[in-house]
Unconditional design. Structure first.
Ligand code: ATR
Length: 271
């Protein structure tokens, strides 16, 4: 019987997850299908019930449900508990088990480049759901300190507390007072850049010593990436995180190594 997978969220039309997973099924000749299922905010409970009814094999969770979905799951992985959010759910004999592949998916492109994190300083722009998984990743890899800069300072303060609770030094600052020269890693975890907007902090001082990672994958070359490239920084693209978290979800669902090249090809073809 064909096994069905899905991504749930709203908006969902432009999600590239169906392309990535369906390309993987085709590459490995698996009798599976992956669909986008729009569940508006406030309708998550009913949405999850319908997924149980159709015996969905697994699903990804995206904006705005990553935190709320936890209420409706039967068990949670350790990562899910730490981050307080799930992006991947597996149906294991009728039980919905929550995982979070955002954290390790985020870290993977850094590891691939053999860039060390331990003892390094980190600037995170943004304080939403994505920033939480990223902070948990840097805490796990023992960065020396995490600075969170955000439009709304209270949200940055809350995430700085979250970081402290994970045992890592942290502080929160305003966008205006941010000085990029103080950090090794500069991470954009806001939605700024999706529509071609300028990066919300001063970035002129970025240079070859910096690692600049923008989790926005569309467009691939955001303002932050373009400026940082000009200044010879090491660049990590958002699509790399997208692919890595998808490959980790694939491994959870199928217990198979994901066909990374086939997934990458369809993703880059989609740009
Ligand atoms: P996600 O789950 O993708 O992290 P989110 O939780 O909505 O999404 O978080 C979006 C982040 O982008 C927040 O840090 C938000 O700042 P606020 O906390 O002030 O809302 C940031 N953001 C969104 N639009 C922005 C803008 N125009 N300028 C600066 N920051 C912006």
């Amino acid at each position: 019987m064909t096994r069905t997978f899905a991504v749930i969220g709203d908006p969902i039309d432009h999600s590239l997850s169906p392309n990535i997973h369906n390309a993987a099924f085709k590459a490995l000749n698996l009798d599976c299908t992956y669909i986008a299922y729009k569940i508006p905010k406030g309708e998550l409970k009913e949405g999850i019930e319908s997924l149980r009814k159709i015996k969905i094999s697994g699903f990804n969770v995206t904006i705005p449900h990553k935190v709320e979905v936890i209420k409706y799951l039967d068990e949670l992985s350790e990562e899910c508990k730490i981050i307080g959010a799930s992006n991947t759910v597996s149906n294991e004999n009728g039980k919905f088990i929550g995982y979070n592949t955002d954290m390790d998916g985020f870290l993977e492109p850094i590891k691939n480049r053999n860039i060390g994190i331990s003892g390094e300083s980190v600037l995170i722009i943004g304080a939403g759901g994505a920033a939480r998984a990223i902070i948990a990743g840097f805490a796990k890899q023992k960065a020396s300190k995490i600075t969170i800069t955000n439009r709304t300072l209270e949200n940055a303060q809350e995430l700085a507390r979250f970081a402290s609770n994970l045992g890592i030094k942290s502080e929160s600052i305003t966008l205006q007072e941010t000085d990029v020269s103080k950090y090794k890693f500069i991470i954009n975890a806001t939605s700024v850049g999706l529509k071609g907007e300028q990066c919300p902090i001063p970035i002129k001082a970025i240079n070859a010593n910096h690692v600049v990672y923008d989790i926005i994958y569309m467009p691939m070359n955001t303002d932050l990436i373009q400026q940082s490239k000009k200044n010879s920084a090491t660049i990590i693209y958002g699509y790399e995180m997208l692919l890595a978290q998808a490959a980790l979800a694939f491994k959870i669902w199928h217990n198979l190594q994901a066909p990374y090249e086939a997934m990458k090809k369809v993703l880059l073809g989609g740009f």
